[in-house]
Design a protein around this ligand. Sequence first.
Ligand SMILES: C[S@@+](CC[C@H](N)C(=O)[O-])C[C@H]1O[C@@H](n2cnc3c(N)ncnc32)[C@H](O)[C@@H]1O
Length: 274
Amino acid sequence: MQDIEIAEIRNLTQVIRETYDYDFTNYAMSSFKRRIQRVMDIYKMTSVQALTNRLKEDAPFFHEFVSEITVNVTEMFRDPSFWRVVRDHIIPNIMLNHDTINIWHAGCSSGEEVFSMAIMLKEMGVLGKTKIYATDIDKDILNRAKQGIYSAKHMDLNEKNYIRFQGTRLLKDYYSEKDGKVHMDKSLVANVTWREHNLVSGPIFNKFDLVLCRNVMIYFNQTLQNEVLKKLHESMFKFGYLAIGSKESLIWCEIANKFIVVNNEEKVYKKIKD
Ligand SMILES: C[S@@+](CC[C@H](N)C(=O)[O-])C[C@H]1O[C@@H](n2cnc3c(N)ncnc32)[C@H](O)[C@@H]1O
């Protein structure tokens, strides 16, 4: 197998930008390259040029490509200690000054994060006071999120996380099981708007008290992290909260001074300047 050249990747991202207005230019190079190679292996393509040509001509294939190129790994109550901080500190603090809570899950993948939020809010008795937007660039994964149907095999890990989160019930109270699949209780997400949205090129569409953009910017280079953080910042009310993934940091970003750290372990920040 020949190593992929950076020039070939540049050409591919340029063609995608010109044809579909999706900009992958500033995705972190090494993981992006690995994912390109994976797509070529899956579709048995021997050159980046062949992939580029197919992408240019075949829009349905482009959407399959987006699904393959993005990393969708997720779980319910991922990092249970983070969810305890959301329940015990963040939501009560927002509720001090607001009757309703606006939450944005940016990069929600297959929706486990959104169902975790809804379950937590229900247990707190404030789900009915919440409006949630859940967005992702990948429309196939977003459709799966909307359905709220998951493999029963994955529920062991989700259940373990829920126990560590110290929820007040059993996770299985929130779903029914049939033929190896679990169907989440749809009433949990009655107040959720699911929407295809690209964090790189998409508009700012609302203001939020809490934005979760966890394990998304990790795939972006520094330039893109700066751009996306500016967008997230603009989408937040002053004194709103931002949560990123446990292995991510805002510290190097250009507008880091517009936030303060609320919890360094769990990577929760508060917007303090417009
Ligand atoms: C690893 S998942 C994170 C899911 C969840 N937030 C979590 O922490 O478990 C990353 C998600 O970001 C999405 N994503 C990648 N680039 C994006 C972009 N430019 N705009 C919106 N979503 C994007 C991917 O499609 C994927 O579903």
